[in-house]
Design a protein around this ligand. Structure first.
Ligand code: DPX
Length: 558
């Protein structure tokens, strides 16, 4: 059988480890989808819409390191771009593949359907360039291999999304077969001169300091530096704190772990620890308005060593071209070895008292019960809203993972992302915490969890509104139409699925619902947890006040 452009792409995607790709059909990508289906090492997974398709792939990339989403031109791809922006913000290599007009129509002056009605079909490529690290249009089979390989290689190297569009008549055109994949998986070597200089400067900076803290940031996973940072902590024996978006990126059962640093909404003791340290080693942090609590918790100055994914800044100098892993390994080899003393403090533990079983359900009781479900095999996806604060205050068993989208912060992200993550790591227990407002954006993707029989346990927090927004800035726009969320599941099952929808208004009802959810292995269980609108974490309220103050700064005078 002749090899085609679509088959080339499929083989490359399978070679880089994809067992699945996500898709929504449209006439510009149908031939491409047929070609992808010919590859038996990969399954095609369908989504309800292209936004969800992009976020499903984003979740899959969280589980497996890379993912692909296939959509149709413009009407599909422009919706998917929002999720691709999210993948860029969150450092996840998602390859967006769009079907495109027939190669003969480019430059022909023809007006085509699904387009903005002009005759230049380059606009989609121009738009997506801003959201990807590489973007290519394939209008001939001859240069398809080079373009496909360039896009995949760049996405994997940069840990960012990339884009391919393939003319609908070229997807099935004859093309060569791919060779070995090794050239697409380049190890980026550090510049050794720069690395040695950075290590020498860092060790000189470290020598006089005796209250050093490691601060773990959210780019650590993309930098493939999680395991080596544990070795560094073992060696240095110093306190380790994490930033909120890096929840789960450092094992909380490690003897050096001392909790979450998030300015005044830190876990107990962590703010004092970090702010009184004489050395803060920041590993792959993202300091934005949210993570610094409105620019109030931003470690800076001579006491800070900033180790980013590709550079180190210490003692007034910046050293470029250094892979974070190499820097951390070098520090582990050369830093003085100390026992895990960490100033005698201990890791904070969230201990919530069990509420009376018949009492109305509270946020704390819900959090207590969800925390009790977590094991080393759990992936907990937590949506923007108070779910952030509930997830980040929980105690995590070693091995448990938390997924947050704190840089992009698109409400509704979590439902398709949890779907994609569950598809990509079916050996793990998947738990999703999502607010009612967020759920309304992407609710229909629960139907795909039913279709593919993924036993995701969904805690739908029904507090009748956008409570985090109420904390930041209140107004009538923060109050939403109530839905029968648990009742949706019967509609999605449509008599042929195993989804379960349950209500919990008390602690006892929640306990009972969780038991049913754990027993339901052939589909998702959505537990609608009703709590009072003003029942939220104090962290949310305090953080919200700070962020509101930052947002409402007056314009600077000319
Ligand atoms: C908005 C947010 O119900 O959670 O815990 O009640 O806040 P909480 P909900 O899911 O409400 C979410 C809501 C409206 N943010 O409080 S965080 C603004 C926003 C956003 N993303 C998009 N649109 C609007 N973050 C796509």
């Amino acid at each position: 059988m002749a090899y085609t452009v679509g088959m080339y792409l499929a083989e490359r995607l399978a070679q880089i480890g994809l067992k699945h790709h996500f898709a929504v059909a449209g006439d510009y990508n149908l031939v491409l989808l047929d070609q992808l289906l010919l590859n038996k090492d990969m399954e095609q997974i369908y989504c309800c819409n292209e936004l969800n398709c992009g976020f499903s792939a984003e979740g899959y990339a969280r589980a497996r390191g890379v993912a692909a989403a296939v959509v149709t031109f413009s009407v599909g791809a422009i919706s998917a771009m929002n999720a691709i922006g999210g993948a860029y913000a969150e450092n996840l290599p998602v390859i967006l593949i769009s079907g495109a007009p027939n190669s003969n129509d480019h430059g022909s002056g023809h007006v085509l359907h699904h387009t903005i009605g002009t005759t230049d079909y380059g606009y989609q490529l121009e738009m997506v360039r801003h959201l990807t690290c590489a973007a290519e249009s394939i209008v001939s089979a001859e240069n398809a291999p080079a373009k496909i390989d360039h896009v995949i290689r760049t996405a994997l190297r940069e840990r960012k999304p990339a884009y391919l569009e393939i003319a609908c008549n070229v997807a099935g055109a004859e093309c060569v077969r791919p060779g070995p994949v090794s050239s697409l998986l380049p190890e980026t070597p550090s510049d050794l001169t720069s690395l040695q200089a950075a290590l020498d400067a860092s060790l000189a900076w470290l020598a006089p300091r005796d209250r050093v803290v490691l601060l773990v940031g959210s780019k650590l996973r993309a930098a493939d530096a999680q395991a080596v940072s544990v070795e560094l902590a073992d060696r240095m024996g110093c306190a380790v704190t994490i930033m909120a978006a890096a929840k789960g990126f450092f094992p909380e059962d490690h003897p050096c772990y001392r909790g979450l640093y998030w300015g005044e909404v830190s876990s107990p003791g962590a703010q004092e620890l970090v702010e009184s340290a004489d050395g803060i080693i920041c590993l792959a942090p993202v300091f934005n308005d949210y993570s610094t609590v409105g620019w109030n918790a931003w470690p800076k100055g001579d006491n800070v060593l900033l180790a980013e994914p590709d550079r180190v800044t210490v003692a007034g100098r910046s050293y470029e071209g250094i892979a974070l892993r190499d820097f951390i390994k070098g520090m582990t080899a050369r830093a003085p070895s100390k026992p895990a003393t960490a100033e005698g403090t201990t890791a904070p533990r969230l201990e919530l008292a069990q509420a009376k079983g018949h009492a109305p359900l509270t946020n704390d009781e819900m959090t207590r019960q969800i925390q009790a479900l977590l094991t080393k095999n759990t992936t907990l996806t937590a949506e923007t809203g108070d779910s952030w604060f509930n997830a980040t205050r929980m105690n995590l068993p070693g091995g448990a993972r938390v997924e947050l989208e704190m840089q992009w912060g698109h409400i509704g992200w979590s439902v398709p992302s949890a779907f994609g993550n569950a598809m990509g790591s079916q050996d793990r227990r998947h738990i999703l915490m999502v607010g009612d407002g967020s759920f309304q954006l992407t609710a229909q993707e629960v139907a795909q969890m039913i279709r593919y029989e993924l036993p995701v346990i969904i805690f739908l927090v029904n507090n009748r509104g956008y409570v985090i927004e109420i904390a930041i800035h209140d107004g009538p726009y923060n109050y939403i139409k109530n839905w029968d969320y648990a009742g949706l599941i019967a509609a999605f099952n449509a008599g042929e699925g195993h989804g379960l929808g349950l209500h919990a208004k008390t602690g006892d009802e929640l306990q009972d619902a969780i038991e049913k959810a754990v027993a339901n292995k052939r589909g998702p269980t959505l537990i609608e947890c009703s709590i009072a609108r003003d029942d939220c974490t104090s962290e949310l309220v305090n953080w919200g006040k700070r962020v509101a103050a930052t947002n409402s700064r007056r314009p600077a005078a000319d």
